[in-house]
Ligand binder design. Structure first.
Ligand SMILES: Cc1cc2nc3c(=O)[nH]c(=O)nc-3n(C[C@H](O)[C@H](O)[C@H](O)COP(=O)(O)O)c2cc1C
Length: 194
């Protein structure tokens, strides 16, 4: 099983990164191949909405030349995509939103090209947030569920930890246990709720 994790926090040693460590470790322990990408290191330009990608058959086909081509290749390589992010303003940080907007070339729905470069892949969420779980994560989860419906991806659920008291919460045995269990569930392709 091949996983690409897009880590969207600008804090490379922050809460989300801390939560990712046991998660990635457990995926690897289960035999998964893992590509871990920190979006804060990447140059990702905003989608121009030019629709040029919609006329490029069989390739991502974006006219912008930045790190998104490599990220698209990583997504195409994956069986399962994990969006690891802090909730920012009830959604996700800017770098992840840039990637989400730039998904367009993976779906060929609006031009002469046809098909999809990522239909059937699985998508899961690993989130951190300040507010209570449901209240904090619902808008982003709903957005990602809609993206999955639209793109024919399989939404595989979410694990999240609330930032109640800074980084130590994310290093707690409980947070680590949950991250590992979520990793095992995904690696073994079991069903998750949430
Ligand atoms: C700019 C900013 C916006 C935030 N917006 C929200 C929010 O809308 N809802 C929420 O529950 N928490 C919000 N938070 C709290 C973060 O999601 C939380 O502290 C998270 O664990 C930070 O993760 P990080 O250390 O990986 O960046 C926000 C934090 C920042 C810095």
């Amino acid at each position: 099983m091949k996983f690409t994790i897009l880590m969207g926090s600008p804090r490379l040693q922050g809460n989300t990164a801390v939560l990712c460590r046991p998660f990635v470790e457990e995926l690897k322990r289960c035999g998964a191949q893992v590509r871990y990408i920190t979006l804060a290191d990447k140059q990702i330009l905003p989608c121009r909405g030019c629709y040029a990608c919609q006329n490029v058959q069989g390739q991502y086909g974006c006219v912008l030349h930045d790190d998104m081509q490599q990220i698209a290749d990583d997504l195409i390589w994956s069986d399962c995509i994990v969006l690891a992010a802090p909730i920012y303003a009830w959604y996700c940080p800017t770098s992840m939103k840039l990637v989400l907007d730039r998904h367009y070339g993976l779906n060929k729905f609006y031009g002469t090209a046809q098909g999809s470069l990522w239909a059937g892949k699985r998508l899961a969420l690993l989130l951190t947030h300040g507010y209570e779980r449901e209240y904090a994560t619902q808008p982003f989860v709903l957005g990602m569920q809609r993206l999955c419906e639209h793109s024919n991806l399989q939404y595989c659920g979410m694990y999240s930890v609330r930032d109640t008291d800074g980084p130590e919460v994310f290093r707690s045995p409980e947070a680590e246990r949950g991250a590992r269990e979520f990793a095992r569930t995904l690696a073994e392709n079991r069903r998750v709720t949430g």
